[in-house]
Structures are given as structure tokens and as C-alpha cells.
Design a protein around this ligand. Structure first.
Ligand code: COA
Length: 353
């Protein structure tokens, strides 16, 4: 089938896009920010009917960080972004696109990305948010790498940041124990380079999916157009996270594995070719199950959930940055990422550093 009005004979020569298609989005720098205020499981024992032993055993979380009043998602995202730019050896003015994954922007409008752009002194360049909750970073990475592959953009900042502790019901022991705040960032550059073994580097593949029939399993009912903020929505506690933990648990294991396999298949790889798994840090028991089903050795599973809890869109980029700076993830290592969050949305990515 031919495009309307064209025939093989009259079709113009392939656009430069075919050459640009050789370019991949390579991670040039990583950065992260965790707010300094620590809330331990012992602190939570004073707030709700729970125990350090229960939380540690059922989730693997020992403590999490909380953004204090006045500290926003874009504040944290900007600090993470500057650290990533510094590692990349680039200035904010070098960026030609900014994508921020968040479901807790500073305000309904403008985007957190516009605020991050201003705070780091970047632009003018397009800047927008992506909302896929805890899967947000994989969605943002995918969008950003498409811009680079098509040759439209060359230096892209991807931030994952959330302040979900501001949306927690601190009387609900089923949710308030899980989440923490933070931000992570990567700077992507257009690159045609190969590693020492002649293998391509950068984002090798991604896979995304959403099943909207699962919305009731994890959501914040109030504050949007369904229930605009009012005294009644506050009274009804509609601005807090509601979650069916067991349902999310089940889907997380299944879909983190399926997203991983989809990304691996697309990259023409198997888990044998993976050096590190950098999966969304939601629950240690979920991560253990994912490792078993993927056949990944436990020491290849990166984790910081004990210190930071579930930081939503920030989870993967914070863990990535910590692992790079600790010298664990090295140049040329292949990293399998996967995440799942409200939507329910999930995704995977294979990235060679
Ligand atoms: N402290 C002590 N007891 C708790 C508790 C807490 N913080 N939270 C729940 N319980 C109790 C429950 O009330 C229940 O008691 P009951 O048997 O008397 O009714 C019991 O523990 C078991 O509850 P259950 O919900 O079956 O626990 P669980 O093993 O499924 O663990 C989660 C609960 C939330 C930790 C777990 O389901 C989970 O992590 N789910 C995924 C959530 C997630 O990752 N969400 C974000 C995705 S991005």
C-alpha cells in the first residue's frame, strides 16, 4: 500500500532520518537527590499500629526520606538534573529537550518540567511531564530515546521525581509504610559509538503497556476533574493514595517479568547477557520473585529499598545513579530496567552504559 498521492517511482529519496536511525540514546550522566529527613519504621510505630519487624519482613523497607514542607518535586528534580549534567560534562543550556516523569508535580499547571527547566537555567527548549506513576521513568526514557533515534533531539534530560509522602494517609498502615520521596535524572546524548567489544551502547530496547481496567487497584481519587479540590474532598480524604496491595503485588510480579522479557526479546538478548537488573523498588518480596522468574542471580539485582522505600518515578534513576557512583555499574555494562505503577502501567528497558 502506498501513501496517498505517491508511487514507488515518485517517492523521494530516504530522508536523513535513516542515517539518524543509527543514533542511539546513550546515558552520559546520572544524578539523584534524596531529601535529608529520614522516617524510620520505628517512627511509624508511633503513628500507626505496625512494627519494624512487620514492615521489614513484608516489604524490605527500613526507612524512607520525606521532602519537608516547601520542598517540591521540581526542587529535587533540579538538583538531580544538575548532578547528571555535571557527570555528563554538559551545561544546562546544552539541553534540547526536558522530560519529567511525575505524578506529584508542584502544581496542576505548569508542568514540573517547565519549573525544572527554569531552576537549572536551561532552555528555551520543549519541556513536559509524563504521568505513569511508578512506571514513569521507563515511559519518559522511552519518549526521550524516540526523539534521539529520529534525530529530532540530541541532548535530553530525563528526570523521575515524586513526593508521594505528601499524598499519604498517615493513619493508613497499608500504604503509609511504603513510600518515600526523591528524584533521579539521566542526561541522554545522541551516540553512534560502540563499546570495546564492538557492541552498540545506549538504550537498546524498551517495552511499555497499560491496563486501565486496573485503575481501582491504585489511585488518588481527588484533586482532578473528577473531584476538584473542595472542603468535601478534603473531608472525605480523597487526596490520599488508595491501594489494593495484594492485587498490585500480583500484577507487579507478573508484569515486571513480562516487561523484562519483552525488552530482552526486542534487544535480541536473554537474561544471560544482562549484568545488572535495576527494577522499580516497590517491595523486596516482589524483587525476589522477579529474580527467581527471570533466573537472575541475587547479587545482580540492584536494590536500595531498605533505605529509600518506594520513591515512585524516582526509584530507577536514583538506584541507577547510586550504582554508577558506587562503581558497581561500569562502562559497557548492560542493565535491564523494569517498573510498574498506577494505571496499571508497566515497562521494561535494556540499556548498555
Ligand atoms: N503493619 C502491620 N500489619 C499490617 C500492615 C502494617 N503496616 N499492613 C497490613 N497489615 C496487616 C493487614 O491488616 C492484614 O491483617 P489481617 O490478616 O488481620 O487482616 C495482614 O497484615 C496481611 O495483610 P496483607 O495486605 O495480606 O499483607 P501483604 O503481605 O499483602 O503486605 C503490602 C501488604 C502492602 C506490603 C503488599 O501487599 C505489597 O507490597 N503490595 C504491593 C504494593 C505496591 O508495591 N504498591 C506500589 C506499586 S508501585
Amino acid at each position: 500500500m502506498h501513501a496517498h498521492g505517491s508511487s514507488p517511482a515518485s517517492r523521494p529519496a530516504a530522508p536523513p532520518r535513516a542515517q539518524a536511525g543509527l543514533a542511539r540514546a546513550r546515558i552520559l550522566g546520572t544524578g539523584a537527590f534524596l531529601p535529608p529527613f529520614v522516617r524510620t519504621n520505628r517512627d511509624l510505630e508511633r503513628l500507626v499500629d505496625t512494627s519494624d519487624a512487620w514492615i521489614t519482613e513484608r516489604t524490605g523497607i527500613r526507612e524512607r526520606r520525606l521532602a519537608p514542607e516547601g520542598t517540591t518535586t521540581s526542587d529535587m528534580g533540579a538538583i538531580a538534573a544538575l548532578a547528571a549534567l555535571d557527570m555528563a560534562g554538559l551545561r544546562a543550556t546544552d539541553l534540547d529537550l526536558i522530560v519529567v516523569a511525575t505524578v506529584t508535580p508542584d502544581m496542576p499547571m505548569p508542568s514540573a518540567a517547565a519549573l525544572v527547566q527554569h531552576k537549572i537555567g536551561a532552555g528555551p527548549c520543549p519541556a513536559f511531564d509524563i504521568g505513569a506513576a511508578c512506571a514513569g521513568f521507563i515511559f519518559a526514557l522511552t519518549v526521550a530515546e524516540q526523539f534521539i533515534r529520529t534525530g529530532k533531539r540530541h541532548r535530553v534530560l530525563v528526570v523521575g521525581g515524586d513526593t508521594l509522602t505528601k499524598f499519604l494517609d498517615w493513619t493508613d498502615r497499608k500504604t503509609c509504610i511504603l513510600f518515600g520521596d526523591g528524584a533521579g535524572a539521566v542526561v541522554l546524548g545522541s551516540d553512534v559509538a560502540v563499546d570495546a567489544q564492538d557492541r552498540p551502547r545506549g538504550v537498546l530496547s524498551t517495552s511499555l503497556s497499560t491496563d486501565g481496567s486496573l485503575v481501582p487497584a491504585l489511585y488518588i481519587p481527588g484533586g482532578g476533574s473528577a473531584h476538584p479540590p473542595s472542603a468535601a474532598t478534603v473531608e472525605g480524604r480523597l487526596h490520599f493514595i488508595r491501594m489494593n496491595g495484594q492485587e498490585i503485588f500480583k500484577h507487579a510480579i507478573k508484569n515486571l517479568v513480562s516487561a523484562s522479557h519483552a525488552a530482552l526479546d526486542d534487544a535480541g538478548m536473554t537474561t544471560a547477557g544482562i549484568d545488572w537488573v535495576c527494577a522499580h523498588q516497590a517491595n523486596k518480596r516482589i524483587l525476589d520473585q522477579v529474580a527467581i522468574r527471570l533466573g537472575t542471580a541475587p547479587d545482580r539485582m540492584l536494590s536500595n529499598i531498605d533505605r529509600v522505600g518506594n520513591t515512585s518515578s524516582a526509584s530507577i534513576p536514583i538506584l541507577l545513579d547510586e550504582s554508577v557512583r558506587a562503581g558497581k555499574i561500569k562502562d559497557g555494562d548492560t542493565v535491564l530496567m523494569s517498573a510498574l505503577g498506577a494505571g496499571v502501567s508497566w515497562g521494561g528497558a535494556v540499556v548498555r552504559m
